[in-house]
Design a protein around this ligand. Structure first.
Ligand code: SAM
Length: 228
């Protein structure tokens, strides 16, 4: 269970109604039962349900189980796509261990404002389901030209390019995967991306994948080949 406050030995936290409902009515836990928590800061804690009222519940941190997991240094930079699909993309990025999710606004993006709260909620749920103790960072959407202008010196930008690129065989090191919108990048954007010294145009095979499929495939390949 994700607790959005710093946890420490003996700390008592009062759960919000959604969490209380989940523990008491979905999981049907009783006072004294054990719950594993994480705060995306100090790692994982063994807690006990110290009080379980009709609608409220409190947890007490009993034992520190593990430090916050080390997170492979991979960012997913993706143009916003339709609501369910970007929710799915954010959930898969979290499950696969991505460190940061950076929405990037491109000329053909059909979506230009994102509900970051909703995306973060999907990533928290994914982390709770898959057992991550570190949440991916989630940035405000940024325009592509600004992203390229401020791109970090030491980070490889693997540009998933369905019009052709080298076989995707990433080496270890700080990395990002760039995925375009449903309509792809336009030629000027493609040229600007390729002009970045840290950019590598990579192919994910001969078919046109949906953006969310490309994001998942590229992140999975990176994790298995370059994730430390
Ligand atoms: N331009 C595409 C078309 O002709 O329909 C639409 C873009 S595709 C639906 C969305 C994004 O997924 C692309 O911008 C690219 O980043 C990525 N992508 C899709 N297929 C890919 C492939 N075979 N290799 C690399 N990237 C791919």
């Amino acid at each position: 269970l994700f607790i959005d406050q710093p946890l420490s030995e003996g700390a008592e936290v009062t759960l919000d109604s959604g969490q209380a409902n989940y523990l008491l009515n979905v999981m049907r836990l009783k006072a004294g039962d054990a719950v594993r928590c994480f705060d995306d800061r100090s790692g994982e804690w063994g807690a006990e349900l110290s009080s379980a009222g009709k609608r409220d519940a409190r947890l007490r941190m009993v034992r520190h189980l593990a430090p916050r997991e080390p997170v492979p240094d991979l960012w997913l930079v993706a143009a916003p796509i339709k609501r369910q699909r970007i929710d799915w993309m954010a959930e898969k990025a979290c499950e696969l261990g991505v460190d940061r999710f950076m929405p990037v606004l491109t000329r053909r993006s059909v979506v230009d404002k994102l509900n970051l709260e909703r995306l973060r909620a999907h990533m928290i749920e994914a982390a709770e389901q898959c057992g991550r103790t570190a949440l991916p960072g989630l940035d405000e959407p940024v325009k592509l030209d600004r992203l390229l202008r401020d791109w970090p010196e030491d980070r490889t930008l693997y540009f998933a390019d369905e019009t052709g690129g080298e076989r995707f065989a990433p080496a270890p090191g700080p990395a990002a995967i760039l995925i375009g919108p449903e309509g792809g990048f336009d030629p000027a954007e493609r040229a600007a991306i390729r002009a970045l010294p840290q950019a590598r145009g990579v192919s994910l095979g001969p078919r046109i994948l949906r953006a969310e499929t490309a994001a998942l495939a590229a992140a999975a390949v990176w994790m298995s080949m370059a994730g430390d």
